[in-house]
Structure formats: structure tokens, C-alpha cells
Design a protein around this ligand. Structure first.
Ligand SMILES: Nc1ncnc2c1ncn2[C@@H]1O[C@H](COP(=O)(O)OP(=O)(O)OP(=O)(O)O)[C@@H](O)[C@H]1O
Ligand SMILES: [Mg+2]
Length: 421
């Protein structure tokens, strides 16, 4: 919460509360930060920054100092853009250690009148979060999928309903304690408060997926620089997820090796002239590729560039398809696949993915953010903008809750905060 000094009148200071939200996506390739101001239902984006990321490999922090410096750079840039100082942020979290466990618990309703109270809801949630986890793993998030009151399922909030038996179905996001603590330490280095920690895929879903897709069944595939998150949603919640150690950098690395050039030049060539398959390339288009010293190098046809890219694209598509098969969701997703993350911008990737998987595939832009300037309407911004939308929604829920009873959400996030003691 930020306070804005409005003016002085007869010795009185008028202060207006501003509801400012900040979200951070700490990616392998770049760190994105976004700031927005919320007025009731309206989310007004104030700025988005993006700076190169150092200190991560395949979505996990391997160097706290460099990561902290990169986060600091992104926030300094955001502060410069908006003129507002940042003290805390919601952090997106990912890495190959992430998994989702679906759990189920039952309690008897305590109240003799059988009216379900908040205490009953908390008891069933506490029981549902009781997992036997390995010592190096911890719960990051608990998502309430549904409640079942007596045998009526599909209940979103059981409090106030009447029944004798309360069941909860939850999805629990689990990650490596060390990875979470490294993120926390990086934030501590620059005195940044971690307001909330969320699994990236859930933030991406917030900005990219429609309520109908989430309800009917859809898989969100976020292809970043070093990781790919494959996440299946059904009936409005996450069901399965998996983080693969592959991403757009695989393609860049291959291009750099085969064309004997730097990663920067290979990236430029990929983003500017890359297509996912050789039959999408223009046979007469020649591209000037600088050599490793940055000097004029060689002329390479788009066809050859496409052949190098396509080998990796097929491999990545096969890996994603294998995950979907493992999830058992291929025949249960009318929403098909939604491709997001920076690498989803590769020309023709959506078509190749659709051809291979034979399910509908679309590009996932952060379009749930209303009035988004076109410059920011790119798949790589899905997570950071999803973070803003999520925070805005949580803020509204907390406000409503505080009118009714002490916020359940506070307690759920508290569980993850226990980790940082
Ligand atoms: N127009 C484009 N065509 C092809 N690839 C692109 C394009 N724009 C960006 N990319 C690729 O997207 C990748 C970066 O995506 P993103 O910003 O989502 O990654 P990240 O969040 O930093 O990493 P991760 O999520 O893996 O930790 C890079 O490999 C980059 O080359
Ligand atoms: Mg990412």
C-alpha cells in the first residue's frame, strides 16, 4: 500500500491511499517486473520493465548475488518508469523441482445444527495439506479445487451450507526448499519483501486462459528460455504440472554452434528470421550472420536456419506430447493447448504443435489484462502480468473476507511463509 501526499490545507495533511501492486517474473533469460494501480475492479498498468537475467540456469537460481543484482536492475528500471518506489512484490516461481500433488480429506461437521463454519473449512484444509513430503521438499501453495458437502460436489465455498460430512479436494504445489530459499535470499539481499510466492504456471493461466477453457480442460505450455512448464487445468483448477528443462535457448545454442557465431547473434537470427519448419522458409532469403567476433561472417539461407531450428522444435514437441500422454489428458481437453512464454513467438510453432499433437493449439497472449498496450501484449509477459491480475483478485477476496471473517487466504499464504523462518 502506498500513500500519496495530496496537499496541505489549514495545517491538515490530506493523504490518499493508493493500492499499488508489483509483480516479478524471475526467468532464465530475463527478469520482468510490472506495476499497477487498482481502483475497485479496475487494474491500471503503470509500467513494465524487462532486463537480462544472470544467475539462473533452467529456471533455478545458481548464483544468489547475480540474481539479486538482476532483480535490483529490473526494479530500478520499473521505479524509473513509474516514479514509484518498490518495497515488496509478488514473485513468480518455477524450476524442475516443482510438482503438483492432488489430495483429499474428510471431516465431520462439528456444529450440532450442521451449519458448516469457517473452523470446519480450516480443519478439512489442514487435514488435506497433511502430506508425507521428502525432507528437501515443501509446500509452496495450496489450491482449493472443490468441496463436497455430504455427497454434493462442486461446492466452491462450503461456509454457511448445511451438512454432516465435509470433504475437500486440493491441489498442492510442492517445490525444493533450497530453491525457494535461494529465491528468498536473493530478495533479502536487496531488501525486497516477498509479498507472495506463486508458481509461474498459475500466474500465466491468470492472464492467458479464459474461464471457459479452464473449466472445460486445457493445457498451458509456457516455453521460456531455459524451462517449459506444461500444466493441465480442468474444472477451474490445476490438475497436473511438469517443468521440463528445455526452452528457446536450446534452439539458440544449436544455431550458435552450427553457424559458428555468438549466442547473441544466434538469438537475433532466430527471433528475426527463424521459422519452426523448413517448408515455412523462403528458399531465396539469405541472412547475413556475423561471426563470433561480431564481424561480417557468412550468408546463410533461411532454409538452412529453419532446418537447424526444426530439429529442436520436433524434439521439444515430442517431449511436451509425452507429458500430455503421461497426464492422460489428451482426450479430455476441449480447450486444447495454449502456447505461451517468449519462445511461443517462434513463427510457425503453433502450427507444428497442432500438426504433431492433433489437438487445437493457440498462442497465449496476456489478454485478460484489459487495455494492455500492444507493446506489452506478448507471450513472454504472461507470467508477470498474470501476477498483477492474481494480486488484484486476491486483494478483492481479502477485502471481502475481512468484512466477513479473518482471511483464509492469509492463512494459506502463511503456510508457505513458515518456510522462511
Ligand atoms: N520472436 C521470437 N521468436 C523466437 N523466439 C523468441 C522470440 N522472442 C523471444 N524468443 C525466445 O523466448 C525465450 C525467452 O522467453 P521468456 O522471456 O519467456 O523466458 P524466461 O522467462 O526468461 O525463461 P524461463 O521461463 O525459461 O525461466 C528466449 O529463448 C528467446 O530467444
Ligand atoms: Mg518464464
Amino acid at each position: 500500500m502506498l500513500y500519496l501526499l495530496l496537499g496541505l490545507k489549514e495545517g491538515c495533511v490530506y493523504i490518499k491511499k493508493r493500492n499499488i501492486l508489483v509483480s516479478l517474473d524471475i526467468g532464465t533469460n530475463s527478469i520482468k517486473a510490472a506495476m499497477a494501480e487498482v481502483h475497485g475492479q479496475d487494474v491500471h498498468l503503470l509500467g513494465v520493465s524487462q532486463v537480462p537475467s544472470f544467475g539462473l540456469r533452467k529456471g533455478s537460481i545458481i548464483d544468489i548475488e547475480s540474481t539479486a543484482k538482476s532483480i535490483d536492475n529490473s526494479l530500478t528500471e520499473l521505479e524509473r518508469l513509474t516514479g514509484i518506489e518498490v518495497y515488496g512484490a509478488l514473485l513468480g516461481f518455477s524450476g524442475v523441482s516443482i510438482s503438483v500433488v492432488n489430495n483429499h480429506a474428510v471431516v465431520a461437521v462439528a456444529n450440532p445444527t450442521y451449519e458448516i463454519t469457517l473452523e470446519d473449512k480450516e480443519r478439512v484444509l489442514t487435514s488435506a495439506r497433511n502430506l508425507a513430503l521428502p525432507l528437501d521438499k515443501a509446500i509452496i501453495q495450496i489450491i482449493e479445487r472443490q468441496y463436497i458437502v455430504d455427497s454434493y460436489d462442486g461446492v466452491k465455498d462450503p461456509v454457511g451450507m448445511v451438512g454432516s460430512r465435509l470433504e475437500a479436494e486440493v491441489s498442492i504445489v510442492v517445490g525444493a526448499i533450497a530453491a525457494i530459499q535461494n529465491l528468498q535470499r536473493s530478495a533479502q539481499r536487496i531488501n525486497l519483501n516477498v509479498d507472495d510466492l506463486m508458481y509461474n504456471a498459475l500466474l500465466g493461466a491468470e492472464s492467458v486462459l479464459s474461464p471457459a477453457e479452464l473449466e472445460m480442460g486445457v493445457t498451458l505450455v509456457d516455453i521460456g528460455g531455459g524451462t517449459t512448464e506444461v500444466t493441465y487445468f480442468e474444472e477451474g483448477s490445476v490438475v497436473q504440472t511438469s517443468v521440463l528443462p528445455i526452452g528457446g535457448d536450446y534452439i539458440t545454442k544449436d544455431l550458435a554452434i552450427v553457424l559458428r557465431t555468438s549466442m547473441e547473434e544466434a538469438n537475433r537470427v532466430k527471433e528475426r528470421y527463424g521459422v519452426a519448419s523448413p517448408d515455412m522458409a523462403k528458399s531465396d532469403l539469405m541472412v547475413n550472420v556475423h561471426n563470433i567476433q561480431g564481424k561480417d561472417g557468412q550468408q546463410v539461407s533461411q532454409q538452412v536456419i529453419a532446418e537447424i531450428i526444426s530439429a529442436r522444435v520436433i524434439e521439444m514437441t515430442e517431449m511436451i506430447y509425452a507429458e500430455l500422454k503421461q497426464f492422460g489428458c489428451l482426450n479430455r481437453m476441449p480447450g486444447g493447448i495454449v502456447l505461451t512464454g517468449g519462445a511461443a513467438e517462434l513463427v510457425g510453432l503453433v502450427d507444428i504443435m497442432e500438426e504433431y499433437t492433433t489437438v487445437p493449439v493457440r498462442l497465449g497472449l496476456p489478454e485478460n489484462m484489459k487495455g494492455l498496450p500492444t507493446d506489452f501484449n506478448r507471450p513472454q509477459n504472461a507470467v508477470v502480468l498474470g501476477g498483477i491480475l492474481y494480486s488484484a483478485r486476491q486483494g478483492a477476496i481479502k477485502h471481502e473476507d475481512s468484512q466477513r471473517f479473518m482471511g483464509m487466504i492469509d492463512r494459506i499464504t502463511y503456510w508457505f511463509k513458515e518456510l522462511f523462518r
